[in-house]
Design a protein around this ligand. Structure first.
Ligand code: COA
Length: 330
């Protein structure tokens, strides 16, 4: 019989070498360690230097995940790279495929901002459930330092760079217990990394638009309100689909945007603090990387154990949000 269930069998993570603490940011903008820590919980973040690349940190995270899953690069059927900040706008997944030597794998990028990892998890799962692929490498990676306005204290203190990866494998029992994904484009203007162009006449009567992407803009209060309302709702829905109660959740692994959001979501769901995984103090908001980075650390620290039930939820630009309930390991 064909294995159409899904197991998450490996994880890995990597961050750029340079870290930037809150004190260092006070030299750039009018802020303080106290403001950043109390409003966000973030103490430092990692930033990529010009020699580092998204592909390199993503590849490093992917190698660790493959090792944990006891897979060779040639075993991988599909690579999904969730990112909003590829090295190349045509996509970076294929470069990672080459760097890994995953010769058989098909590779593509997926963009859903800070929801990218959860959206990628569900996307990857469909290929396994339909019997098309057996071994899928899912990477969440972002280098938002490239796109932050380092003069804007409302946003530059929040973000950091990083990569996380997991391996999904076909399995007899299905460990992806439930999920739910949502988008609301009417709120698109709350968080953007927009392309701004001006018209250029190519030949008389034919005009095209050329420009570049602009730094991140965000309505912090709107995004905060959205997250605190929608994330508990969607986790509840995903738990309903999984036929589980909130008491059966062992670990809450949320997109690591802000400690206040983590606390408020846990509070609304009545999930005790000991079950909330948080590492944003060290990394800031690493967008698509934040969930697999937090997951990988918790697995390697021995907190998350085989069979534990994890409620993961991503949320962000789009606006997009999603939740997945899964058990760790085979
Ligand atoms: N340092 C010092 N002061 C700052 C500051 C900084 N880094 N950033 C903003 N301020 C100031 C503001 O200018 C404002 O001053 P004013 O009252 O004189 O105008 C004051 O602090 C309060 O700003 P406000 O924006 O109301 O703060 P807040 O309590 O809403 O916190 C965020 C701001 C960004 C931390 C919070 O809204 C948030 O976390 N939102 C969600 C953001 C997010 O997670 N985005 C990514 C989702 S994927």
């Amino acid at each position: 019989m064909q294995n159409l269930g899904i197991a998450i069998t490996g994880s890995g993570s990597a961050v750029p070498t340079t870290s930037l603490d809150n004190q260092a940011l006070t030299k750039l903008v009018d802020t303080s360690d106290e403001w950043i820590t109390t409003r966000t919980g973030i103490r430092q973040r990692h930033v990529a230097n010009p020699q580092e690349s998204l592909s390199a940190i993503a590849t490093a995270a992917a190698k660790q995940a493959l090792e944990m899953a006891l897979l060779k690069p040639e075993d991988v059927d599909l690579i999904v790279l969730a990112t909003s900040t590829p090295d190349d706008l045509f996509g970076s997944a294929c470069r990672i495929q080459a760097e890994l030597g995953a010769k058989r794998a098909v590779a593509f990028d997926l963009t859903a901002a800070c929801s990218g990892f959860v959206f990628g998890l569900v996307t990857a799962a469909q290929y396994i459930r339909t019997g098309v692929f057996q071994n899928v490498l899912l990477i969440g990676a972002d280098i938002l330092s490239r796109w932050v306005d380092w003069q804007d204290r409302r946003t530059c203190v929040l973000f950091g760079d990083g990569a996380g990866a997991v391996v999904l494998q076909a399995n007899q029992s299905d460990r992806l217990l439930g999920f739910e994904l949502k988008s609301d484009g009417t709120q698109n203007g709350s968080l953007n990394l927009p392309y701004n162009a001006s018209g250029r006449e190519l030949t008389p009567g034919i005009e095209i638009a050329q420009g570049t992407y602009q730094p991140i803009t965000m309505n912090g209060k709107e995004v905060y309100r959205f997250a605190v309302q929608k994330v508990p709702e969607i986790i509840d829905k995903a738990l309903f689909r999984a036929n589980l109660s909130v008491e059966q959740v062992d670990w809450l692994v949320l997109h690591q945007a802000n400690q206040r959001i983590l606390d408020a979501v846990a509070d609304r769901l009545k999930i005790p603090q000991q079950k909330v995984i948080s590492n944003l103090a060290c990394y800031g908001n690493t967008s698509a990387a934040s969930i697999p980075l937090a997951l990988d650390e918790a697995v390697r620290q021995g907190k998350i154990k085989p069979d534990d039930v994890i409620a993961a939820s991503g949320f962000g630009a789009g606006l997009t949000w999603g939740a997945a309930i899964f058990q760790w390991g085979r």
